[in-house]
Design a protein around this ligand. Sequence first.
Ligand code: NAD
Ligand code: DAU
Length: 339
Amino acid sequence: MTVLVAGGAGFIGSNFVRYYVQAHPLDTIVNVDKLTYAGNMDNLIGLADLPNYRFVKADICDQSPIESIVQEFSVTSLVNFAAETHVDRSILGPAEFIQTNVMGTQALLEVAKKFSLHRYVQVSTDEVYGSLGTTGKFTEQTHLHPNSPYAASKASADLLCLAYHHTFGLPALITRCSNNYGPYQFPEKLIPLMILHALHDKPLPIYGDGKNVRDWLHVLDHCRAIDAVLAKGKVGEVYNIGGNNEWQNIDIVKLILNRLRKPESLISFVKDRLGHDRRYAIDSTKIQRELGWVPQYDFDRGIVETIEWYTANQQWWGRILTGEYQSYYKMMYEGRENA
Ligand code: NAD
Ligand code: DAU
């Protein structure tokens, strides 16, 4: 089997590629990524020489180059991670999100249809379901109610996948996962941002009252779940993936400070994110029951390993925390303190 992984230079995609080439040495992975600000060849160090791995720089919105790649490498399946992924950036400027997440997905679906690929897995998110109150969990039956431009673009892509399945019989499957943590996550996201600020004794900016809840899953558990869906999921189906591991943001931040022996006085409450979803929680009964997937990572171990990974990999984040990142950070956080 030859799997085209779109967006494999990002956080989850690069973890998936590394996991997959080892777990399936007889398969080939063709990693296709545009290398946006979030795509990083440093995430893929050590893979280039493997006989079952190739990298090609391309934009998923450009159908013709993707078709050439599919033909050249005799691709049989496609897993789409490629996306604009940061909610805050989607509030600053939604256009790129519509372009890549909606138009790009449609281009990939066209390619999958034209070349009769055996499987198309769309990596989606629990954010398509909207926000929860203090109780309940998202199931695959929960109505879509995306609140941010990011979530709306992901929900639109999901609907396109389902429509291509219904109309053309395209063998599409969708995964909807909760918040991931682990190595190689771009430091615009909560956990790596807070670890790096703590390491630098910089204020840790918590939006609103810090009581928003996320359900955290280790990225390698997510990768194993996608592998299971690719191998044995039922086409046309949606699979929720979650860690059953809810945390308020403030408690995650305190845990990080505590582990790094830094004072809680570094915490800085800042103006809330616009339209900030209050709580996510995922019911993953379906994938557990039907595909036998269960999370293996214990959170206490996973978060400590993650903190240690960022502490040990200064060269990795040192290259990121320059240029574009600094301008983004200023635009997003300057003047936001003491809300
Ligand atoms: P990321 O931002 O770290 O990586 C995204 C990757 O996509 C980058 O390598 C980028 O260069 C690439 N990309 C962007 N636009 C592209 C284009 N037009 N053509 C080709 N490549 C392009 O994202 P991530 O956190 O690894 O998320 C991967 C996927 O998983 C996304 O689809 C996201 O919606 C989904 N997801 C993420 C989480 C999470 O917690 N991070 C949870 C659930 C689902
Ligand atoms: O739920 C899955 C989603 O998780 C994915 O689809 C998205 O791609 C991914 O970015 C993530 O979205 P969130 O918005 O939940 O993640 P983020 O890390 O941006 O924020 C997590 C929580 O932390 C959220 O409640 C906002 C808060 N936060 C975030 C940042 C960056 C802060 O309080 N301060 C911050 O500086």
